[in-house]
Design a protein around this ligand. Structure first.
Ligand code: NCD
Length: 358
């Protein structure tokens, strides 16, 4: 039995298989309308969400299954002090699969280590968002027809934007990808992703603060919202929130077949008059996200039936409080022993991937 906590939990072959099923679902939705009859998904959303939660729920309903869950931590036993581990054990008795969003980084991993059903990470803090990446990949595939030989620009909040982190991980497995990182210094991509993902895979990249300079060479422009909710200092957020605004004027120097992606919600970083440009693909991305979630739910439920034993992750025990990230689940979850994974670049927290200083 498999959970999807990180996009790398899925191999390239598995992603190809999910895309093939997704394309068939688009062609013949009726064929899949009873596939999950009698099954339940629990959507456990400890953080606000519109599209991701509704997308999982619509996906399950279109597969003939049912939905239980909550959309606000205030409506859960967390307010009474329940741990993520206990919530996962309890919900395993009610549902067949869990989709969890949580403000603490690593919370869905903790859930997966304690649940007896598959867990899908629907976004954990500023860390990862693998099903948004599945939406992005299907959109790139349908619009560009390939994953190789693309110049992809990421613009805006690359520090806290979890969809950016997961998509860069995913792209690192294809060839001929060039990455352009467009952000103010304060919101630049975390070092561990630059070093352990981009540099490690030999992907050419550069960083710039100028969208105007970068835009002409891009095949894909991935715009992001500045993640106000993750700033410690609200003044810094107000200073940076409108750092990039994509408008028709800026698009004049872009390629005619460049595609514009955005995980949404959009605030001011793309003006509404861009929506009618044929390069704007962010609403197509929403549709593609629902289809990929259908494809993923079906795959994980089929696998759980044929192999009910949970897959184990390689971890090494570490002394307490080694992780320095205050947004990590290991800081608050009672009974959770901090653990680390060994990477070529040293030890990382097993839950949030922060480098462990020794
Ligand atoms: C993103 C998220 O929650 O990380 N939204 C989404 O899931 N579609 C991006 C964001 O909130 O800015």
């Amino acid at each position: 039995m498999k959970s999807v906590i990180d996009i790398l939990d899925l191999s390239v072959e598995e992603i190809n298989e999910l895309i093939a099923i997704a394309c068939d679902m688009i062609e013949s939705p009726k064929k899949y309308s009873e596939c999950c009859r009698g099954k339940k998904i629990a959507t456990l959303f400890f953080e606000p969400s519109t599209r991701t939660r509704l997308s999982f729920e619509a996906a399950m309903i279109e597969l003939g299954g049912n939905v239980i869950g909550f959309s606000d931590a205030k409506n859960s036993s967390t307010v009474k002090g329940e741990t993520v581990a206990d919530t996962a054990r309890v919900v395993s008795c009610y549902a067949d699969i869990i989709a969890m969003r949580h403000p603490l980084e690593g919370a869905p991993l903790v859930a997966s280590l304690n649940a007896s059903i598959p867990v899908i990470n629907a976004g954990d803090g500023g860390h990862a968002h693998p099903t948004q990446t599945l939406a992005d990949l299907l959109t790139i595939y349908r619009e560009k027809g390939r994953f190789d030989n693309l110049t992809v620009g990421f613009c805006g909040d690359l520090k806290y934007g979890r969809p950016v982190h997961s998509l860069i991980h995913a792209l690192s497995r294809y060839t001929g990808i060039k990455i352009v990182l467009i952000s103010p210094d304060e919101l630049s991509l975390p070092e561990y992703i630059k070093r352990d993902v981009i540099e490690k895979h030999g992907m050419p990249y550069y960083e710039t603060t100028s969208l105007d300079e970068a835009i002409p060479e891009l095949d894909v422009l991935y715009m992001t919202r500045v993640q106000g909710e993750r700033f410690d200092d609200p003044e810094e957020y107000f200073r940076l929130k409108d750092c990039y605004v994509l408008d028709p004027e800026k698009l004049k120097s872009a390629k005619s077949d460049m595609i514009i992606l955005h995980p949404l919600p959009r605030v001011d970083e793309i003006t509404v008059d861009v929506d009618s440009d044929s390069r704007a693909c962010y609403f197509k991305q929403v549709f593609n996200g629902k289809i990929m979630r259908k494809s993923l739910i079906l795959k994980l439920l089929n696998e759980a039936e044929s192999n009910p034993v949970a897959a184990k992750r390689p971890t090494r025990m570490l002394s307490a409080n080694a992780c320095s990230n205050n947004r990590c689940i290991c800081k608050t979850e009672r009974g959770l022993v901090p653990q680390a994974v060994e990477t070529d670049e040293g030890l990382r927290c097993a839950f949030c991937e922060t480098a462990i200083m020794q």
